[in-house]
Design a protein. Structure first.
Length: 152
């Protein structure tokens, strides 16, 4: 495979400097092409439509996985926040555990998982307790955290 990076919940690829990086495959559970309430255009057009709880790739397929799951549980289903970021179910723990485990499954040994979380509604410390691994490093104090894990 010529793709070495998978972005599991790519959304509109907001944090990518190169939104069509040649080494990356972009996956999301949805496609969307519309406007937000302030008139800004929002396009979610992944390479692969897929659920992060069941990533459609074999074990050990990627060197890097980016996991930026929805972080909201309290937002209106038609709100601009949900259109932009998605929404977790109220019982989100099992969903995030499954997603994390799927990311680890598709990573090569010693591959890196870059996990992004916004602690607006759920503290990062609560989310990290769900995972059965200790992060290598990351920002633990900001509202939005970038945390890196390695598959050993």
């Amino acid at each position: 495979m010529d793709k070495t990076i998978i972005d599991i919940c790519c959304g509109s690829k907001m944090f990518w400097f190169q939104k069509q990086h040649p080494s990356a495959v972009y996956m999301d559970i949805r496609e969307f092409d519309g406007e937000l309430c302030d008139g800004r255009k929002l396009i979610v057009k992944p390479d692969v439509i897929g659920d992060f709880k069941n990533i459609p790739y074999p074990d050990n397929s990627f060197k890097v996985a980016v996991f930026d799951p929805p972080h909201l549980i309290n937002a209106g289903n038609n709100s601009w926040l949900v259109k932009k970021y998605g929404k977790l179910p109220e019982d989100f723990s099992n969903e995030l555990i499954q997603g994390f485990n799927e990311c680890m499954r598709v990573l090569e040994p010693y591959g890196l998982l870059v996990f992004k979380w916004c602690a607006e509604q759920i503290p990062t410390s609560q989310i990290l307790k769900l995972f059965d691994r200790t992060p290598l490093f990351g920002d633990k104090r900001a509202k939005t955290s970038w945390i890196v894990f390695m598959k050993e």
